[in-house]
Design a protein. Sequence first.
Lengths: 517, 249
Amino acid sequence: MKRADCFLALAAWTLAAPLHAAGDRITVGSKNFAESRLLAEVFAQLVETRTELSVERKMGLAGTQVCFAALQNGDLDVYPEYTGTGLVTLLGAPPAGDATRTLSYVRREFLARWNLHWLAPLGFENSFEIAVPRALASAHHLRTISDLARMSRDLTAGFGHEFVQRDDGLPGLRRIYGLEFRAVKQLQQALQYQAAAAGDIQCLDVYTTDGRLVVHDLQVLEDDLDFFPPYTAAPLVRGTTLALHPELGAVLGLLGGSLDAGIMRRANLRVETRGETVESVARDVLADLGLVAPAPTRSAAPRRDHLAAFMWSERGSLARRTLEHVGLSLAGLVLGILTALPLGLWLERRRRIAEPVIRVLGITQTIPSLALLAFMIPLLGVGAPPAIAALWLYAIFPIVRNAYTGVRDADPGAVRAATALGMTERQVLRHVRLPLAVPVIMAGVRTAGVLTVGTATLAAFIGAGGLGEPIVSGVQSVDTIMILSGALPAAALAVVADVLLGRVERGLQPRGLRGAG
Amino acid sequence: MSSSVLAASRVWKRYPPAVEALRDVSVDVAAGETLALVGESGSGKSTLLRLFNRLEEPTQGHISIEDRPATEHEPVRLRRRIGYVQQDGGLLPHWRVEDNVGLVPRLLGWDAARRRERTLALLELVGLPPRDYLRRFPAELSGGQRQRVAFARALAAEPRVVLLDEPFGALDALTRNELQEEFLRLKTRLRPAMVLVTHDLAEAFRLADRVAVLRAGRLLQVGPPPKLVAHPADDYVRALLAHHRVGAA
């Protein structure tokens, strides 16, 4: 770009800026599986090319509840959802009726209850299905789920976590078909296929449009009792956003009825097993539909055969993820220190309640990180704030425990003498206990630091970014290289954090204790 | 009684639920006098010592300090006027010798010049040339040197009362002997009232003007060493004298 052009562009931007007030950015979200990401990316690119709106992406949020809560409190404006999920999971209604009736029912209810709109259905259903290895199916003449129920007691099933819980999943199957297994393993969706290929499981839940059905030799069983509700995919949008930006409804409406199961299966396959980026596949889908211009040159997909080459090609985004990761961890740790240190010192003065309080704080460590993140969403939405709050909670315990015991157990001889010679309790704390407890306190801070850096990978589940992002997407597409591209820097960060905090510890350690023996 | 600097009168100390650390103990210390409290562990000697700087409070009975009830003395201010030495020295490991010795003067708000002058004089007094020791940390001293610093610290604010809780207990025999000599020199020179807790009767005979023998919280006998030797109050005192080979067997 020539300098004059730059200037013009800048001037235009400056003039336009006041007109493009805050509402001109919309946020598109997705759940943490490939099709949801792909559809969300399709929405995002379509909005970016066909409207003046700019788009923020919060991809890979941990499941339906997280996405829905984020949509309700305005952290998201739109995300792809399925009518069956809306009916069963969000409205808590029993599965009933065909696709059309289900759609109109959820439309009516969502509008009335939450002012949320289901836009035009995209043209395919992605229902749960039950699949078995083709060899097993032909050996036992399995065609329907009823056939399966006859012999399922001899089989080990591998189901997704959500499927095991949902009423339109395993519990309902048990009720309607009497389906019982020898064992049920709960697995991440992406790992189910590997487990099936390895022969560890003989039965799994799949989605209609899953591209991997093509690759793995799996037979989908017919739902002969019409148990599974119809899962028609459609954009789910906030009413307030639509009122503000009617053009959003118009452009997303362009997708109505245009994506069939075949298109989706092929597109999903490209993301899930060929390691192509969601962005480029979404672009191709839109280009094939004639909704955006085809990419001028097929951008070369990043190399996936060699870790170093891949990380080099992704260095820009990895650097950004690393910065996000450091930011999240640091914020959580600093907040942890600022709250836990005074709390630990206060508890030392209240010994009777100290142990019970610390034990209660210890419970925070046992809350699964995902559950903790999920609790945060109604309070803090999605993105960095809930992630930082969760990291802060995790950091508190090790720091409080060490601050309390460090100060309590500081050199008893020195404490006794200082008291006997006329130091007040406050002076003993400030001049004796606290300096002598520095090594113990810092050991707690180091533990918290490493813990925080490790846990921050989970921030990706609630759209807060960080190095968990490539890990989570890598797990979904069973892409070891991508997983490592996030996991290795995260591990390195943990080591760096430990070393740096060790330096701080030595710096803070009172002279006279250093190397004293 | 009016000339006594420290006095305990009919003092009981009970710890819930059923421990009686002191039972009806009365004893006093005159100005310039050294009283040794002798007994086995659990005899109550350290508890009695700690009543005199209000680290402990009696369950029953009265303590008086410089002719005033102990309860009229504010504990923190009282402790700053009373020297204190404990078995392990109790030096602050993160403070240099200089700061350890200057601890009480600093709490009393002396200015830096006066503190320093006093610290230098005291280190000379306890036989540690300031030039070599002023800037050292406790970890850089031997056990005997640490205890010398602890003595200097106890004497820093020129207290009229010094409490000593087994100050020679952790030292080897040679160092202990050396420090006991030093103690006698300091005692004759400064003449504070002192209470010395020890389990070693020989040490008590050597260092104290009067010796009090405690057993299971009771005061068995108190008097100058010759009197104890001449008229042991009971078989326990007699056996104790024999065991430590002091006086007539």
